[in-house]
Structures are given as structure tokens and as C-alpha cells.
Design a protein around this ligand. Sequence first.
Ligand SMILES: Cc1cc2nc3c(=O)[nH]c(=O)nc-3n(C[C@H](O)[C@H](O)[C@H](O)COP(=O)(O)OP(=O)(O)OC[C@H]3O[C@@H](n4cnc5c(N)ncnc54)[C@H](O)[C@@H]3O)c2cc1C
Length: 448
Amino acid sequence: MRLDWLIIGGGIHGVHIAARLLGEARVSADALRIIDPADRLLMRWRSCTRITGMTHLRSPVVHHLDLNPRSLKRFASDYRSTSTRTFAPPYDLPALGLFDAHCDQVVETFGLAERHIQERVVGMHIGCEGVSVRLSGGDELTAGNIVLAIGASEQPRRPAWAPTESERVQHVFEEGFDAWPCEARERVAVVGGGISAGQVALRLKKEGHDVHLVSRHALRQHQFDSDPGWLGPKFMSSFGREPDLDRRRAMIVEARHQGSVPPDIERGLRTALAREEIRWHEGEVEGLASKERALKLRLTTGESLEVQRVLLATGFRSERPGGAMLDELIASASLPCADYGYPIVDASLRWHPRVHVCGPLAELELGPASRNIAGARRAGDRLVSVARAQRTTGRWQACVSTRGIDRGGAGAHLNDATCLPKKVAAHIQTIQRSSSTSSHRNTLPVPL
Ligand SMILES: Cc1cc2nc3c(=O)[nH]c(=O)nc-3n(C[C@H](O)[C@H](O)[C@H](O)COP(=O)(O)OP(=O)(O)OC[C@H]3O[C@@H](n4cnc5c(N)ncnc54)[C@H](O)[C@@H]3O)c2cc1C
């Protein structure tokens, strides 16, 4: 099968980008597919959000998966829920049920379920005809453009002391998580200091369990997980002007309010702590011993805590997602990466003229909000421009590896320029000539 656009990952980012390409860039539905191993799009989003017991999103009403920013607000006027407020103050935070129903509508409007291939991508190769993608079932697809929308949800962070095989010590975002307490009242330790840990602790409390919250730090309150100034020129202009990628990375880390909770969760936790409905333990876990039905956590403070179950709400690992599949692609096409492993992409989110990124993989271009719904919308803006430009300039069959560009004309790849239109090949040769004279650790892929 030969496609124009193949989106790898059917989460928040993959679905939004598919909708934008079909609805705004007029990509033909027959020429676009989304690959995701789940039997339904947005499965990871739904399982992660359901387990926390969250009632509302942390992001405001304009952050959703449809094209028009006002779409969710309009959709809400016909939506009725008996259990939760449609929007929570102070920033119109949508109810999770409302948001999910609106996602369903987006999937239906753009016929995305029919574009979904339920498979996992296990390998990729960039060739003259496009990018060939190997699927776990053994099939192969070729696409003119691919979008890596793989998110980070497949890599929950498990502390070193946590056993991997225990039924009673599990990460709440583990795929197929099934360790929610089954007895009427269990003594449970929730490990983590951010919004998910807070929400899980409050859900357990509501269900009548004896809850112990173990956090490395005191409660930190922030409405959003980064300042809204990062969504516009206020902070993004200086970020975009920063040429040093290590410095950009430092700006991202500093800007993210990791391990923070919004005011409503903070209030809920403080009330529960004051009433001794949740117990607070500030310290790092340094070891866990298990004996019959009891699990004993040893904290760096010297305290020890005996529980029946440990739920980890310790977020996701920060290393580049994509594992061996991306390692191979990077090696075979010499794709440029920053020292900490993340893609160096151009302003159009191109890692290679045929390979586009979003979500965590786009953070060096989109900044601290790249992983969020707002980041998906920013990525959508850029990819719509790419698709529109491809339509107006006519499709071209590129076979360009950044190796030739980054390393000053390794030669082999330039030969492949025979399959490029003359104008594009000439442009690449100019870049290769100029790049052979300078250092290119931070060189971006061909700016077409
Ligand atoms: C509990 C929770 C609440 C959140 N709340 C908010 C919020 O209120 N507002 C906000 O803006 N953000 C929120 N976020 C952050 C962010 O928006 C979500 O994490 C979002 O789900 C990220 O979407 P994604 O598409 O990047 O990743 P995912 O949802 O992880 O989707 C990626 C998909 O790619 C698939 N995939 C991976 N590798 C392959 C492969 N090789 N082949 C095929 N498919 C592959 C995965 O299986 C997965 O289905 C929240 C996150 C969590 C965990």
C-alpha cells in the first residue's frame, strides 16, 4: 500500500494531526492511515485518565482535538452529565466525560476509525519511494510522509526498588494495569508527588481505603503543568532564538512544573490530610521487603511503612521514546539528535524531509508544552503547512539522508538525488557544499 501520510501512534497527538491533515490540508482520506496497536484509537489516553479518577482535565476548554478552538465549548451546550460539572473553574476545565465524548465525535467526523490499522511499527527504512514501515504482523507499508506520534505513555517510570513481577506493586500507567485494590478496605501506599499521585490517593480515599501518600517533596501547587506564556511569544520567542540545544533542554526542564498539583487537588489533599483520611509521608523510598501479604517500605527518613499494596504514580521516564525502532532509524538515516538523544528538527517538525515528529519528540522545537494537547495543536499547525506546501509545490520523491548534509557530503546519499526534481537536488547540493566547511552538531534537516 502506498500512502501520502502515515501517522504512527493513535493517541491525542496522532488523532489530532490526522483530523487537521484531513480537515485543513485536504489530504485524501484514502492516502492517510494511523497505526496503533490498541483495538481503538485513544486507548492509552482513556486508560491513563480513567485509572486516576480525574473528573476534569488540567488544560482549558480550547485545548481539544477538533479543528476550531471553539468546537468543544459548542459541543458542551448539547452535552448533559449528571455526575460532574461540565466545566470546572477558574479556566473552564472540561469534564473528562465531555472531553472524551468530543474526541469520539472528532474520530467519527473524520472517519478515523476506518483509517486505523491495529498493528505496531517495528522498523522503518527511508528509501527513494518513501518511508517503508515494517509492521509487527509482517506486512510492510510505504508512505511519502510519516509522523512519529508515539508519545511517552509506554514508558512508565518504575523506581529501582520496585519489583517488576509483583501483582501488588504496580505502576498505575502500566499497560493492562490490574492492581486496583479488590478488597473492601485495603492499606495502600501511593508513591509520587504530582497530580496523578494526588488523584489516585483521593480516589482510593473516596472508595474507603486506608491511604498513605509517599512523596519526595512537599505539595507543590501550580494551576497548569507549565506557564501558559509557553504557548505564545512571551516565552517561546526567546526559546526559539536559543541556538544551544542543551540550553533549550534546560529551559524545558525548568519550565515544567513536574510533581505539581493544581489548586483543587491540593485543597482535596489538604482536607483529607487534616481529617487523617490520607496519611502523608515525605521521603524517598530506599527499599521494599515483602512478607506473605505484607509489603514493608523503608524510607530515607528512617520511617518504615507496612501496607498491602503499593501503587506507583511516578510518571514517565524522560528518555527518548521509540526504543530500538527509533535507534535503528537514526543509525540508518543518520538523523540528528541532541546530546540527550532527542530529535533535532526544523521549524516544520521535520527530522528528515519525510519524517515528522510531535509530542515529546518535538520538544526541542515546541518547548515545554509539546507533550500536552496544546502541543498537539501546535504540531498540527506546522504539519498542515507542510502538507499544504507539498500540494502546491507538487509531490517530490525525496531520498535524502541527513548524513550527506550533516557530515559534509558522505557521497553515497547524494547519488540518490537522481530521484529528486532538479530544483530540490540543486538546493541539497548547495547545503552539502556549505556544510562540508563547518561543524554541524546542531544542523537541521533540509529546510525545503
Ligand atoms: C493521566 C493524564 C492526564 C493528562 N491530562 C492532561 C490534560 O488535562 N491536558 C493536557 O494538555 N495534557 C494532559 N496529559 C498529557 C498528554 O496530553 C497525554 O499524555 C496524551 O495522552 C499524550 O498523547 P500522545 O498522543 O503523545 O501519547 P499517547 O496517548 O501515549 O499515544 C501514543 C500512542 O502511540 C502508540 N505507539 C507507540 N509506539 C508505537 C509503535 N511502534 N507503533 C504503533 N504505535 C505506537 C502507543 O501505543 C499509544 O497508543 C495527561 C496525561 C496523563 C497521563
